[in-house]
Design a protein around this ligand. Sequence first.
Ligand code: PGA
Length: 243
Amino acid sequence: MKLIAANWKMNKTTQETKDYLEKFLGLVEGIDGVDILICPPFTSLCVAWEILKDSKVKLGAQNCHYEQKGAFTGEISLDMLKDLGVSYVIVGHSERRWIFGETDELINKKIIACLEKGIRPILCVGEKIEDREAGLTLKVIESQLKLALSGLEDVSDKIDVAYEPVWAIGSGNPAMPEDAQLVHSYIKELLGKVRVLYGGSVNPKNASDFLCMPDVDGLLVGGASLDPLSFAQIVKASCADKA
Ligand code: PGA
């Protein structure tokens, strides 16, 4: 099943979250055959769960800490997230890597912790523009995957991977669907039958161009997920593609 995921990043108060989700659930009512995930900021998880718990829309977090508890000021554990109805966590998003200095080693610890706790990680990988221009895209992806999954046996059915070229995120300049396809098929060559999402400037107009690629198994959507109508259109694109 395809996965269409919203990454709200640092957007929406609790009231804005409620207004969005009430509208969104109406817009996706009756839609089947696709996994839908909303990842609001930590502060909105509680109100979001109240609204989503009886629906088919899943709740995710944008980050987590790998330790169970203790002296880690400002961090959130997986038990705390589970307690709020979270079943997915985005791990290693490029903004975490490049703004907050997350290393592959830290990302590896988070993936291991998610798997131990039964939370499904969405592992984000993606090259910077200079890597792409130097022809290093596949090397970078391979290295990020190897390091993030180091020490783990075959986890292809327990995680999702999001291919998000750094230069395409929030830039209005998405990858060419054919270029994304090449990277997605390479990821599956390395990991086996894993679900691979594309992310980076996805919108209602281009969503189906990605979804019709054979190895694009879903989308991770930032900016265009902030409006319920626009995100619902992207969800619907995944169903149109199947029909
Ligand atoms: P974007 O963000 O859709 O705004 O490019 C995607 C992401 O960062 O996950």
